[in-house]
Write a protein that binds this ligand. Structure first.
Ligand SMILES: NC(=O)c1ccc[n+]([C@@H]2O[C@H](COP(=O)([O-])OP(=O)(O)OC[C@H]3O[C@@H](n4cnc5c(N)ncnc54)[C@H](O)[C@@H]3O)[C@@H](O)[C@H]2O)c1
Length: 239
């Protein structure tokens, strides 16, 4: 028996990287998983990976910056699997690297829309579904850039600080209703996002390991373990 048997989880940005690893780990723990991503090819492949391991999954195409698409994804989760218990609001983009005065309005708006407004939009639709279920666990994906400053990614850094604040507010609002709201703040994790951020330059990527005290990048499955724990009753006093 898995720790999440009988539950339904929604994972945004589940087509790659941290989201993919979390979707697989949640399914292995017994959850039925809604794989939500803007990229249908990768998202459908993740559903195949989960089903290959005899898990239950469903792909829903969603741009988290579009509130109506987010609402549709939550409705599909409830419609297909009977309710919503777990949400990993993970979809995010790094945006175009540039110092603050060179950050374009388009880059600013899109990064905030996906990384911050997208998380709020997800919670806006997930919370009523979890209330109907009598509780739930929301895990928002912030970043170490939500805790300290990072040069040349001002919109990303601001958006991830925003996710921490939003998480803190919502955690207080729903604590007595059995809905726990937490944020994870990963360090550098070896995903396509980091490949893009380092300009696909092996030397630049290797230099980034200096940011990590353990001397290497994290792996997506190491973050997925934290997500499964926060989703489970083993973290019942954590919000
Ligand atoms: N990789 C890291 O070092 C790191 C560190 C800290 C935090 N994070 C955060 O973790 C999350 C996942 O990052 P990753 O490294 O796995 O990224 P990734 O680029 O490898 O994967 C991101 C996934 O999100 C999807 N996505 C992008 N925009 C979307 C949108 N508007 N709507 C729905 N899906 C969308 C992509 O298609 C992709 O499948 C992000 O929020 C990121 O900011 C990453």
């Amino acid at each position: 028996m898995g720790t999440l048997d009988g539950t339904t989880a929604l994972v945004t940005g589940a087509g790659a990287g941290i989201g993919r690893a979390a979707a697989l780990a949640l399914a292995r723990a017994g959850a039925a998983v809604v794989v939500a991503d803007i990229d249908a090819v990768h998202g459908i492949a993740v559903v195949g990976d989960i089903e290959h391991e005899r898990g239950r999954a469903l792909f829903v195409a969603v741009d988290v910056a579009d509130d109506a698409q987010v609402e549709h994804a939550v409705l599909r989760a409830v419609g297909e699997f009977g309710g919503l218990d777990i949400a990993f609001n993970n979809a995010g983009i790094e945006g175009d690297p540039a110092p603050t005065h060179e950050c374009t309005p388009e880059n600013w708006r899109r990064t905030i829309a996906v990384n911050l407004t997208g998380v709020w939009s997800c919670m806006r639709h997930e919370i009523p579904a979890m209330r109907r279920r009598g509780g739930g666990s929301i895990i928002n994906c912030s970043s170490v850039a939500g805790l300290v400053g990072f040069a040349s990614i001002p919109a990303y850094t601001a958006s991830k600080h925003g996710v921490v604040g939003l998480t803190r507010a919502a955690a207080l609002e729903y604590a007595t209703e059995g809905i726990r709201v937490n944020a994870i703040c990963p360090g550098v994790i070896d995903t396509e996002m980091v490949d893009r951020f380092s300009g696909h330059d092996a030397a630049a990527k290797a230099a980034m390991t200096d940011l990590e005290p353990v001397g290497r990048f994290g792996r997506p499955d190491e973050i997925a373990d934290a997500v499964v724990w926060l989703a489970s009753r083993q973290s019942s006093f954590v919000t």
